[in-house]
Design a protein around this ligand. Structure first.
Ligand code: IMP
Ligand code: MG
Length: 172
């Protein structure tokens, strides 16, 4: 029997995302913001965040694949889908569900670095520092969760549980 233990409630998510949207709306008010969501996991967080921003912005997506078992990030990250909007002169905010080892976001920052963006920052729903292997500057985070394998609010375990409205630690 799979055991799900709630670590961030729906109410805490709503409050956290609203606070973050307020900060981002203030920080980017005179900028030219493009949110770049990392598929698949970021789709729910990005949808909530984008709808709470009070400034104009564009939305695009990238998709990466990392090879490994369902509950472990692995070392090899490859690009599956690139950004389609031109980023020259834009203020790009990479939006990700979770940063764990840091390998995906380190790869994406490097990948997007040559696009002529005016700025490139990182926004995550969850920062999980336990297994970080690459230092990545996280400019905006909603929740710091020390450890555990998490599901819900976009986070999956082998493509399951993504649509759960809160964040749970899963214990197989
Ligand atoms: P990183 O490259 O190790 O930072 O991990 C990034 C990706 O690993 C995330 O976008 C998730 O797809 C996956 N991941 C890492 N930790 C978790 C977790 O606790 N639950 C679900 N997915 C995770
Ligand atoms: Mg992901």
């Amino acid at each position: 029997m799979t055991d799900l233990n709630c670590v961030v409630s729906e109410e805490e998510i709503a409050r956290g995302v609203s606070d973050l949207a307020r900060r981002i709306s203030e920080d980017y008010k005179d900028r030219d913001l493009v949110l770049v969501g990392v598929l698949n996991g970021a789709f729910i967080f990005l949808a909530d965040l984008a709808r709470r921003l009070t400034i104009p912005h564009m939305v695009d997506f990238v998709r990466v694949k990392s090879y490994g078992r369902s509950t472990e990030s692995a070392g090899v990250v490859t690009l599956v889908k690139d950004v389609e909007l031109p980023l020259a002169g834009k203020d790009v905010l990479l939006v990700e569900d979770i940063i764990d080892t840091g390998l995906s976001l380190a790869f994406l920052k490097e990948h997007l670095a040559g696009r002529g963006a005016r700025s490139l920052a990182v926004c995550v729903a969850v920062d999980k520092p336990e297994r970080r292997v690459t230092a990545v500057d996280v400019d905006y985070r909603c929740f710091l969760i020390k450890e555990g394998f998490l599901v819900g609010y976009g986070l999956d375990c082998a493509e399951r549980y993504r649509s759960l409205p809160a964040i749970y630690e899963i214990k197989p």
